[in-house]
Design a protein around this ligand. Structure first.
Ligand code: G3H
Length: 528
């Protein structure tokens, strides 16, 4: 779909990076950044991606410099940042949040250009991220308040807190290049870790307005930001064995490849958000109009490019005709447009190869007996594939197994509830499910089983991560560790404590410590 623009095309040549507290000039090779929104044609008259900027294409040497800066900032636990008073670390994060808010407009604009996210969702991504930072600050205050005391068990006093783990390598996904990356980075930082962060493969320019704020708000080496390919940057860092935490939201193949590079497996803590194939199960007594509307947002918000998207719909045989008719019509009524146009729900796909990949999934399913149920389904252009509703889909088709991460919707009908339950049990994934129905006699036992197959059962609603205070995790190949505002603080830290036998000699020392400013660990200052 070739289009014209009414907002100004970005042009950002960013030839710097942040290492060791300095924004350094980069004089090596640069990588062009293209938007998959088309405005011009090549000499053959074909639409072509739009050049919107360039960033450093960095390699091993700079990545090792960044690692060394993070290692030095942690300084085997002696660094300024990991030993700082909690309230002082919080002040740095607060300062960062307030500087970040000043970049709202440009970041939202870049989200639209770089990853084709519509304006409403791009705005939500920015605002939700800022809110996440403030919620994290509050959650940390609460956590710290709880540890501002001494426990006593038997004859031993204990002052228990959560301490940082060390050096964290943070890698986020292209579909939430700001939000999901910061949901890793901010808790990692606030808990006293030092970090190396490489933006996702798409959604890179939008990080550049924030480098000054990172430099300004955190001590040298605490945040290091590099640009380039994962294999050139992340792999050499992992090979050193000096990374304590790999925090990655993306594909399990990248997570496995990076873990494999690390020579000391038990040193490495993993915090991973990976693939999912969340099903919707629509029971005979479901409110059909409601189920259709939730399945539209569940399958097609941001063109289905969400790890939480509904990626397969199981509809009871007795209502499948009605469901397919209503759902297919609703899909064909969705508005396609440029991200900044009013009411655009469907928008260009940011990955150049994606339309062809989706078309292949559709062709494979059709060749094995599925039909495209909606009129516009599968209409193809260079940067889009109109959402296709495919029915009946079965286990012989690639679409049944693959995480399509795009606008293609497989529908399966069932007469026996064991069928979706067995498929879920056999699946490699186990993140969430949406369950539509009303009869508690049916719902009750089903919920009991589903809760053991996934980590969130959404009753009569689509799957989603938020509200961010709720646990976000998955079974099997869908996640390692749990994120939420509170859980992330735990994931990026470890309990560590000072124990002392209850005797006059020790008690005097503890009292002296508490009444002095000599330790930031042993204190019972309450954070308000
Ligand atoms: O891509 C996965 C995201 O965590 C999904 O978040 O459910 O808020 O879109 P969301």
């Amino acid at each position: 779909m070739h289009t014209t623009t009414s907002i100004k095309k970005p042009s950002i040549v960013y030839s710097s990076y942040l290492v060791g507290g300095d924004i350094l000039p980069w004089d090596g090779p640069m990588a062009n950044v293209y938007s998959n929104i088309f405005f011009s044609t090549n000499p053959e008259g074909e639409s072509k991606p739009t050049l919107i900027g360039s960033v450093p294409d960095m390699h091993e040497k700079s990545s090792i410099d960044a690692l060394n800066a993070a290692v030095q900032a942690f300084s085997r636990g002696q660094g300024l940042w990991p030993t700082m008073k909690v309230k002082d670390r919080i002040a740095c994060v607060e300062k960062f949040a307030s500087q970040m808010k000043q970049k709202r407009e440009i970041i939202i604009e870049l989200l639209m250009w770089e990853i084709g996210k519509n304006k409403a969702d791009a705005t939500k991504e920015f605002d939700r991220t800022v809110e996440y930072i403030y919620d994290t600050i509050n959650a940390y205050k609460m956590l710290d308040r709880k540890s501002a005391k001494f426990d006593k068990e038997g004859a031993i006093h204990a002052h228990i807190r959560r301490g940082p783990l060390g050096v964290v390598l943070c890698l986020g996904p292209y579909n939430y290049p700001l939000n999901e990356t910061f949901c890793l980075l901010i808790p990692a930082l606030i808990m006293g870790n030092t970090t190396i962060f490489k933006p996702a493969k798409l959604g890179v320019l939008l990080i550049t307005p924030l480098l000054d704020a990172f430099k300004d708000c955190f001590p040298a080496g605490v945040v290091n930001i590099l640009f380039g390919r994962g294999r050139n940057i992340a792999a050499p860092i992992m090979r050193t064995g000096k990374v304590d935490v790999l925090a990655l939201i993306g594909h399990s193949s990248s997570a496995v490849a990076l873990q494999d590079q690390h020579p000391h497996k038990n040193r490495l803590r993993l915090i991973l958000g990976l693939e999912a194939k969340n099903p919707a199960i629509i029971l005979p007594d479901a409110d059909l109009n409601h189920a259709v509307s939730e399945c539209i947002s569940g399958t097609l918000s941001y063109n289905g490019q969400r790890c939480t998207a509904l990626k397969i719909l199981y509809v009871h045989e007795s209502i499948k005709d009605d469901f397919l008719k209503k759902f297919s019509e609703a899909v064909d009524n969705l508005k396609y447009g440029l991200p900044w146009e009013d009411g655009s729900f469907l928008t260009p796909l940011p990955e150049p190869q994606k339309p062809t990949y989706l078309k292949n999934l559709i062709d494979d399913a059709v060749s094995k007996g599925a039909s495209i149920m909606n009129q516009k389904g599968g209409e193809l252009s260079k940067n889009y594939c109109y959402p296709a509703v495919l029915y009946p889909v079965d286990t012989t088709m690639d679409l049944f197994h693959e995480e399509q991460f795009g606008p293609v919707i497989p529908v399966v009908s069932f007469s026996d509830i064991e069928q979706p339950l067995n498929d879920m049990a056999n699946s490699e994934y186990g993140q969430q499910v949406s369950l539509f129905g009303k009869d508690v006699k049916k719902l009750g036992p089903l919920i009991d089983t589903l809760a053991n197959l996934v980590c969130r059962v959404n009753l009569n609603s689509s799957c989603q991560r938020g509200p961010d205070v709720y646990p976000f995790t998955g079974r099997k190949n869908s996640a390692v560790g749990t994120l939420s505002v509170f859980d992330a603080l735990r994931s990026f830290s470890i309990r560590t404590f000072v124990a002392s036998k209850d005797n006059e000699y020790n008690n005097q020392i503890l009292n002296d410590l508490l009444n002095s400013d000599h330790s930031n660990f042993i204190n019972t200052e309450y954070l308000l």
